[in-house]
Design a binder for this molecule. Sequence first.
Ligand SMILES: [Ca+2]
Ligand SMILES: [Ca+2]
Ligand SMILES: [Ca+2]
Length: 192
Amino acid sequence: MIKYLKMLYVPMSVIFIGAVFTGAYFFSSVSSSGNTFSAGTWVIPDPAMVVINEVMADPSGSDNALMLGGEWIELYNSGGTAIDINGWHLYDSDNNNELPISNLNVSGGSTTLSAAGYLVVFRNGDGDFVLNNTTGDSVRLYNGTISGGATIIDSFSYDIGSIFTDKTWARIPNGSAAWLPNQVSSIGGPNI
Ligand SMILES: [Ca+2]
Ligand SMILES: [Ca+2]
Ligand SMILES: [Ca+2]
């Protein structure tokens, strides 16, 4: 019996001393604020890898209809790490016209952009965020609110109005720097 207790005592002491000296307790996977600790490697998402990829400024029907109708903005994560963008905001050309991003106005109900993934944010009846149909406008993506000092992640401005109804502005090739008007919608997927 004593021999058995000695065998047990030694490893338990090692665990206890290790915890005291390092102050560290690790679980197999811990997530916090978009960072993921997994299997001994810190993986930090790069917000700069998220881009505005496709814009539906002039949908058929009401522009401020509830999702899945109305205006929408497709985001693309060109990075290799998933990132949660809950609480990020879209703005048009006016700093007061915000469209908060939450699980209530995104495709699939989750604000997490998987690696190389797509997320569609719908205007979903927002009253002041408006993408002009017949004059130019801007779409701007911030990692919070402008009034709260957030950082701009990406922006897209168009100076030519009158795109055709139900056609989009899109980065062609997908994710590239070049924007083209009057594209066939590829909502939630690669621009083709
Ligand atoms: Ca708003
Ligand atoms: Ca519009
Ligand atoms: Ca697309």
